[in-house]
Design a protein around this ligand. Structure first.
Ligand SMILES: *Cc1c(COP(=O)(O)O)cnc(C)c1O
Length: 232
């Protein structure tokens, strides 16, 4: 570790957490025989105020995630004004009536999961001439309360997003069931992506990002390991 990052570590617990996560990513990538540079760390800052996010922005980090459009709308325009290179990923489930705000705000949308939403997002992309990259969320655990397209319906939705709506679809996203072994879910997501030639996999959070890296994650979404626990 360099002198410089040691100083940053002592300056803020968040900066220290952040460098630990970067080291863990490098280690997991090495174990998996992968290049860490092909893994995008999305620092998930939901519920956290700007002053907690700031040390990670000022360390030069680019990619951040929020799950609520309204919260992101409040927090991010001022942060983006100061850190113009930063990129905002909307990782939470989205209502169609939020498509306008989502397209205006996001650099990537991770939770497309139905045709109605795909259509609303496509219409807004045309209207606003903005094209945030899109991921389709797959409900790999087939959980009733969870958003995401069912694995059996994923092929059809992928085709519709590409052919009917010409969305900039880059990959798939999943959120394995709580308390279950995540590996089979990561493997399933990868299999669906591969058969459609989709290069990007948004999978892995604080509890399981090292496993996700072993299964080919290109985007990991890590919140509490960087910014601390959230109040429920
Ligand atoms: C909150 C959230 C994360 C990050 O969760 P941690 O366990 O804090 O890393 C990742 N993905 C989604 C979709 C989330 O809502």
């Amino acid at each position: 570790m360099t002198q410089e990052s040691t100083q940053t570590d002592t300056a803020s617990p968040v900066a220290a957490n952040f460098s630990h996560v970067l080291e863990a990513i490098a280690g997991a990538a090495k174990t998996a025989g992968r290049d860490a540079a092909e893994i995008t760390l999305i620092a998930v800052s939901k519920t956290k105020p700007a002053e907690i996010i700031e040390p990670v922005l000022s360390a030069g980090h680019i990619d951040f995630g929020e799950n609520r459009v309204q919260e992101a709308q409040r927090k991010w325009p001022p942060l983006k004004a100061r850190y113009p290179a930063s990129r905002l990923h909307l990782i939470g489930s989205l209502q169609s009536n939020k498509a306008r705000d989502a397209v205006a705000l996001a650099d990537a949308i991770h939770a497309l999961d139905r045709e109605k939403l795909a259509r609303a997002v496509a219409e807004e992309m045309t209207r606003q001439e903005r094209r945030p990259e899109c991921f389709i969320q797959v409900n790999t655990g087939e959980e009733a309360q969870k958003s995401g397209v069912l694995p059996a319906d994923a092929d059809a939705l992928i085709d519709v997003c590409r052919e009917k709506y010409a969305l900039p679809l880059v990959g798939l996203m999943c959120l394995p069931p709580h308390g279950e072994e995540p590996a089979p879910h990561f493997a399933l997501l990868r299999k669906i992506a591969e058969r459609h030639g989709l290069a990007k996999l948004s999978m892995g959070m604080t509890a399981d990002y090292e496993i996700a890296i072993a299964f080919g994650a290109t985007h990991i979404r890590v919140g509490s390991a960087i910014f601390g626990a959230r109040e429920v």
